[in-house]
Design a protein around this ligand. Structure first.
Ligand code: ZN
Length: 200
């Protein structure tokens, strides 16, 4: 069923996979394929820098991600739809999760107190994949987040995020007919209202 969004020119269409997405009347998706930040954070404790002095290693080291400071246990969300390619532990990353998305993009989430997904699992954007902690090389609870495009680390704060997929071709004709009929109904209602006001 096609329902009218709060904003008049926005339509929700549950797809065959039963996800509701919001589209423009032309069928373009209003959602981004990635969340800008995968967490509700207090502040950024370390930005994206090619070189920085590492407070624990006591040497200059690149910081190829963003450190989001948040309380231990704060949920961490998958930035986009994808597949978990790593869910593991080591002494540097602590408990960590890597997700492979489409278009050559991999996102990485480090220093978790607890992981909520295992390797090989498919995840949806916004799904909880773990919780903030300070495992591995971390002074305080935070999420270290990396955004890698074709093997190159990009700044997660400024990287151009791809748009989410438009409506699938198989659904598009149905969508355009339904959205046009809703627009027509709204127009008719507006015309009736304005002619009523004139008559008053
Ligand atoms: Zn970091």
């Amino acid at each position: 069923m096609l329902t009218k969004g709060r904003h008049l020119k926005r339509y929700a269409l549950p797809t065959q996979k039963n996800n509701t997405s919001y589209y423009t009347p032309q069928g373009l998706n209003l959602k981004k394929a990635f969340l800008r930040a995968p967490i509700k954070f207090s502040y950024i404790s370390s930005g994206f820098k090619p070189r920085r002095f590492h407070p624990i290693l006591k040497r200059w080291k690149a910081h190829r991600g963003i450190d989001y400071r948040a309380k231990t246990g704060t949920p961490i969300h998958a930035a986009g739809d994808g597949k978990v390619i790593q869910s593991s532990y080591n002494q540097y990353n602590g408990k960590y999760v890597f997700i492979q998305h489409g278009q050559g993009i991999v996102t990485k989430y480090l220093h978790m107190s607890r992981r909520a997904v295992s390797r090989g699992k498919r995840v949806k954007q916004g799904q909880v994949i773990g919780y903030v902690g300070s495992t591995g090389l971390a002074e305080a609870p935070h999420l270290h987040y990396e955004f890698v495009v074709n093997g190159v680390h990009r700044n997660p704060r400024t990287v151009k995020l791809p748009k989410a997929n438009p409506i699938e071709q198989s659904e598009k004709a149905r969508f355009l007919i339904a959205s046009q009929s809703l627009i027509n109904q709204l127009e008719t209602r507006k015309q009736i209202q304005s002619s009523y006001q004139v008559a008053m």
